[in-house]
Design a protein around this ligand. Structure first.
Ligand SMILES: Nc1ncnc2c1ncn2[C@@H]1O[C@H](COP(=O)(O)OP(=O)(O)O)[C@@H](O)[C@H]1O
Ligand SMILES: [Mg+2]
Length: 273
């Protein structure tokens, strides 16, 4: 079971003078229940890739298969666009989150809404009657994610899901995604690797529409050349460990999160040259 992107190619405005390939020969896989993080600079093709994975755009070459069938948003893939709270329309959180499952004809809409709100760490009894327009940034973002989760699709695509949030809101969204791992296959696209590397099962790096790297986050942390080529900064924790190495610290394996980094740095012996 997987969302499989095979030799995908895409061009906007095919057949016009401004047509230029935006994605070329992209292959990647999101296994059921895992979190894949796609990083790339602005304009590298991340949002286009997500739209193709959701079946909202048609590939010019290659294919996207979701558990063996063509991708579509009716039941197999849910997509959370950038700044999704801009699309709230209902008077209550309950009505907003219920919209998707009702449209899909899901039988137990109330159960789907409750489960989805629970999954993003929002108590249904407290939040269902609230107006979506009165929520904090982090709450609103999580309600928007719940609106897609309520459709119970096995794969969830998220475009820059923490953009524009304060640190509390960012942490709450990250916690929600970690809580979903194992149940939903997640593909996150972001230009901000710092916060998503620690929760990724795999990382995929995109540069000008081409694949630069596909592998474990720990392996990408050992490849400053890939980050540089992608036009991205190394995550600051990773950079700190590379600098410590340059000063003689013996660090066999770079850590990705704060606690791991503290452990690695405090355990590192320093070799004096
Ligand atoms: N609707 C569109 N029509 C023409 N070109 C587009 C359109 N959307 C995006 N592009 C171009 O495709 C490239 C990739 O864009 P996008 O997928 O939005 O990248 P990212 O999400 O990584 O910033 C950019 O050069 C962008 O200008
Ligand atoms: Mg984008």
């Amino acid at each position: 079971m997987a969302l499989t992107v095979q030799s995908l190619g895409f061009t906007y405005e095919v057949g016009t003078s401004i047509a230029a390939p935006v994605l070329e020969e992209i292959s990647l896989q999101v296994q059921a229940g895992e979190i894949v993080v796609c990083v790339g600079a602005t304009g590298s093709g991340k949002s286009t890739l997500l739209r193709l994975c959701a079946g909202l755009l048609k590939p010019v070459g290659g294919s996207v298969l979701v558990d063996g069938s063509p991708a579509n948003t009716k039941g197999s893939v849910g997509i959370v666009f950038q700044n999704p709270e801009a699309q709230f329309f209902a008077e209550t959180v309950e009505a907003d989150v219920a919209f998707g499952p009702r449209n899909l004809g899901i039988a137990d809409i109330e159960g789907a809404v409750d489960d989805a709100l629970d999954s993003v760490g929002l108590d249904p009894d407290i939040y269902k009657p609230r107006s979506p327009f009165t929520l904090s940034g982090g709450e609103a973002r999580r309600v928007a994610i719940a609106g897609v989760l309520a459709m119970r699709t096995p794969y969830l695509l998220l475009d820059e899901p923490t953009a524009g949030l304060d640190p509390l809101g960012r942490r709450a969204v990250l916690r929600s995604l970690v809580g979903l791992s194992g149940r939903v296959g997640i593909l996150v696209v972001t230009h901000d690797a710092d916060e998503f590397m620690p929760i990724a099962d795999r990382v995929f790096a995109l540069h000008e529409g081409k694949a630069l790297f596909d592998g474990k986050p720990g392996a990408m942390a050992e490849r400053p050349d890939v980050w540089e080529k992608a036009g991205l900064s190394l995550p600051s924790l990773v950079l700190a460990q590379h600098l410590a190495r340059q000063r003689g610290a013996l660090i066999p394996e770079v850590a990705l999160d704060v606690e791991g980094t503290a452990r690695v740095l405090s355990a590192a012996r320093v070799v004096c040259s």
